[in-house]
Design a protein around this ligand. Structure first.
Ligand code: ADP
Length: 533
């Protein structure tokens, strides 16, 4: 029981706390509510909340910290956002646990959860232009990409999983004599979702839709470079009518918020998308904390194989898209192109001409194909890889420098092609995460398969050929979670996505991901089985 002294202190603190302040547990520390900011984005005024979202309210961080969100097109700050730390994660986990146990959510009709996701999708459609503008200023994406890929990919994911709401069922069996057995698919509990900066809006949807529709609750961490679309989505979560605490969002840094989630004893599952290095850290944290379930979607260095019978113009178009999508900041980018020796020269010439047409510049200019890279650290990393490619003897066929489009201080990079790239060069082995592609020549199918599979990664791969027997044979032999034939970089929310080898654990999207968000409980009913003597 609380002592009289502590009750008096609590009472006194309640009386003196200014309006709008809320209590955190019974401590004398409290968090005030955080407000929204209006950002002018290319002439459009867009309002965005700037707080930590817990129990359906936006709060200031308990420690009083904020961080600046930068526009990659200028390198300048757009807005200050509340920075979560361990104590904020603590409050978010408590809210998520309470919500998980609350009847309103725990025993909810699955169809109701589907309806909430559909409502969220329609609110997104209502606020489409604001959400796209926020995503563009935060990431550097072009309108073309954000409006045809990121936005519909996010809305489509919500609607798709809304449809799964009342279709997740178990099995039943009379096969064991004397018993009737059935299984229940139960939600796992509190899910800590850690997302990266390359597809902030889409990853938000990928990480909430299957988790919520199966009855879990969520503590989300957006990437420190790109929290804005997640902040906006939280506003819509509340408006859609999700019960308080079902979805919480703690913006902040990996070493504090991310690590607190990965190590938390009351988080039951973590789903992470990001680098392989951080993925390992998260898996270790699970092992040394509560063995929370972990799914990981990590890096890649994906091969794109061109046989001599392929339609060369089609190959050039898809291979350019394979690297240019999101300006190379895609884990499944086609960064290693292997071209058969018979068409190598033609391919290099046509591909170079196509890549040279890419217009780099202001991502708000509708004629731009490639905006800035997302952040300075990433641009510096790309430049280091280019230097290493040169040092190791590869030939720069195109680009290789910071683009002059960046005179306003943004992080613009020239589309870059390396030829004469050898298998052991760093630019052929490591993930660069920028518009840089390495091309190499092969002569036989067996040789190219060996080269393609010679990687620690196994996220994606493609083969271009008119010979469908070869296409099937080669895709069967490729060690990758997603393979394409005569196309590249097409991923859909209804089809499983994930990696072989060091590219990840588990699958996202499609029906496959629902396994990751449910525990299967077996129930045996005695139908006349006698107790053993
Ligand atoms: P990138 O190198 O692309 O930024 P990261 O793997 O570092 O990829 O980041 C992806 C997400 O993981 C971000 O939200 C980041 O804050 C978070 N993160 C980074 N370090 C850790 C960590 N040690 N524990 C948990 N999350 C982390």
């Amino acid at each position: 029981m609380a002592s009289l002294k502590s009750l008096a202190r609590l009472k006194q603190a309640t009386i003196i706390s200014p309006a709008g302040f809320s209590w955190r547990f019974s401590h004398v520390r409290f968090a005030s509510t955080a407000s929204s900011k209006v950002i002018n984005i290319a002439g459009r005024d867009v309002s965005v909340p700037t707080g930590i979202f817990i129990n359906n309210e936006f709060r200031k961080s308990i420690g009083g910290n904020t961080f600046a969100v930068e526009n990659p097109a200028t390198g300048k700050s757009i807005v200050e956002v509340e920075e979560g730390r361990e104590e904020d994660v603590e409050a978010a986990v408590k809210a998520a646990r309470d919500a998980f146990q609350n009847e309103e959510w725990a025993n909810s009709d699955p169809a109701y959860r589907g309806e909430l996701l559909n409502k969220l999708a329609s609110l997104m459609e209502r606020d489409k232009e604001d959400i796209i503008a926020l995503e563009m200023i935060d990431t550097g994406k072009t309108y073309r990409q954000a409006s045809t890929l990121d936005f519909p990919g996010s809305v489509g994911t919500l609607k798709y999983y809304a449809g799964w709401a009342d279709k997740v069922t178990g099995m039943s069996s009379f096969n064991v004599p004397g018993t009737f057995a059935y299984t229940r698919r139960e939600p796992i509990g509190v899910c800590g979702q850690i997302i990266p900066w390359n597809f902030p809006l889409m990853m938000f949807s990928w990480k909430i839709a299957p988790a919520l529709v199966t009855g879990n609750t969520v503590v989300m961490k957006s990437a420190e470079a790109t929290p804005l679309s997640a902040l906006k989505m939280c506003e819509l979560i509340k408006e859609a009518g999700f019960p308080a605490g079902v979805l919480n969002h703690v913006p902040g840094f990996g070493k504090t918020v991310g690590s607190a989630i990965a190590n938390h004893m009351d988080i039951d599952k973590v789903a992470f998308t990001g680098s392989t290095t951080t993925g390992r850290t998260i898996l270790k944290a699970s092992a040394t904390s509560n063995l929370k379930k972990v799914t990981l979607e990590l890096g890649g260095k994906s091969p794109n194989i061109v046989f001599p019978d392929a339609d060369i113009d089609n190959v050039v178009a898809w291979s350019a898209w394979g690297i240019n999508l999101n300006f190379g900041q895609t884990c499944h980018a086609g960064t290693r192109i292997y071209v058969h020796e018979d068409i190598y020269d033609t391919f290099v010439q046509k591909f170079t001409a196509r890549m040279a047409e890419i217009k780099v510049g202001d991502n708000f200019d509708p004629t731009t194909d490639q905006g800035p890279q997302n952040n300075k650290m990433q641009l510096d990393k790309i430049l280091e890889y280019i230097e290493s490619g040169k040092q190791e003897g590869a030939t720069i066929q195109l680009g290789g420098k910071v683009s002059t489009a960046g005179t306003k201080g943004g992080y613009y990079m020239e589309p870059t092609i390396f030829t004469d790239v050898k298998p052991d060069m760093k630019i052929m082995k490591e993930e660069i995460f920028g518009p840089v592609v390495a091309i190499s020549k092969f002569s036989t199918e067996a040789e190219v398969l060996k080269l393609a599979n010679d990687s620690n990664y196994g996220l994606a791969a493609a083969v271009h050929t008119k010979d469908y027997e070869r296409a099937v044979r080669v895709t069967n032999a490729l060690q990758a979670g997603t393979t394409w034939v005569n196309m590249y970089n097409f991923v859909h929310w209804s089809i499983p996505f994930g990696g072989y080898k060091e590219s990840g654990l588990g699958r996202e999207c499609g029906e496959a991901v629902l396994e990751n968000y449910t525990e299967t409980k077996a129930v045996y009913l005695n139908m006349g089985k006698e107790a053993p003597q």
